[in-house]
Design a binder for this molecule. Structure first.
Ligand code: OMP
Length: 237
């Protein structure tokens, strides 16, 4: 069941990333985000592939359709499993992204990544959505609208907090991939996350994958933290 956990490799250098991957040998699915990709570029992807790991390339694209189409066309060549874009990029950009990924993969013969839309960052609370972002609808409804728009534009899934996953599962169906960061075991610090559930709660609610970073990677004993998370979810699924 630990194949349901994607560990966020949020470290600044290739050396630190490889050290963690080697220490957490049982982790089969890693997320490469902005910090590590800006630092190493595609090199880290090659390192992970050479160890037969699955890869979530989390670059959270957010730009105009032409720019995103170009980025998606080349990102499709990396041969990663998952790729992110912000739903707020809008319908035209989401559509351009899905088309570009298909085009990039078709021209190279490389299996396309599943494109998933970030519905609303898990670091945003209801209050911040209303007061800072001036979005005048309830947070769960906003997250659902973003996910439905992504689905309509042909995306494979969405990133949402585990608190919204049951509602999205009901509305988007079983084929729509739901990937949940904002996961905190009871023993871990919440930090900058605002909408969290425990790993067991998140899986029970219907998440396909849990994205967990600091509770494991910043732990004094990452192997023990990984094992504790695996034990917790083994009791659930
Ligand atoms: O797209 C993501 O992965 C993502 C979306 C989101 O809404 N919230 C979120 O935390 N993430 C990522 O998930 C990871 C969570 O890490 P921790 O908070 O350390 O568990 C980070 O790498 C974030 O970049």
């Amino acid at each position: 069941m630990n194949t349901k956990i994607i560990v966020a490799l949020d470290v600044p250098t290739l050396e630190e990333a490889i050290a963690l991957v080697e220490k957490l040998d049982e982790v089969s699915f890693w997320k490469v985000g902005l910090e590590l990709f800006v630092s190493t570029g595609p090199k880290i992807l090659e390192e992970l592939k050479s160890r037969s790991k699955r890869i979530f390339l989390d670059l959270k694209f957010h730009d105009i359709p032409n720019t995103i189409a170009g980025a998606c066309r080349v990102a499709a060549l990396f041969g990663v499993d998952l790729l992110t874009i912000h739903a707020v990029s809008g319908r035209d950009t989401l559509k351009a992204a899905t088309e570009a990924i298909q085009a990039g993969s078709a021209s190279s013969g490389i299996k396309p990544p599943k494109l998933i839309a970030v519905s609303l960052l898990t670091s945003i609370s209801s209050r911040q959505l209303a007061i800072d972002l001036k979005i005048p609808i309830e947070l769960p409804e906003y997250v659902l609208e973003m996910a439905l728009m992504a689905q309509e534009m042909g995306l494979d899934g969405a990133v949402c907090s585990p608190q919204e996953v049951a509602q999205l599962r009901d509305s988007c169906g079983s084929d729509f991939l739901l990937v949940c960061p904002g996961v905190r075991p009871t023993w871990a610090a919440i930090g900058d996350q605002k909408r969290v559930f425990t790993p067991a709660q998140a899986l029970k609610a219907g998440a396909d994958y849990l994205v967990i970073g600091r509770p494991i990677t910043a732990s004094a004993d990452p192997q023990l933290a990984w094992k504790k998370v695996c034990d917790e979810i083994a009791a659930v699924v």
